[in-house]
Write a new protein. Structure first.
Length: 39
């Protein structure tokens, strides 16, 4: 008897772009800090 495992979700092109964008953002940048204060 084998256990059923959930399928791993496939990444779309949009998801891949989003992951790279997160890596490009400098969290120490003044505009990022300002955005945090506004929220």
């Amino acid at each position: 008897m084998t256990k059923m495992k959930p399928k791993t979700p496939e990444l779309t092109e949009h998801d891949l772009f989003r992951l790279e964008l997160v890596n490009m953002i400098n969290l120490r940048h003044e505009l990022v800090k300002l955005a945090g204060l506004i929220d």
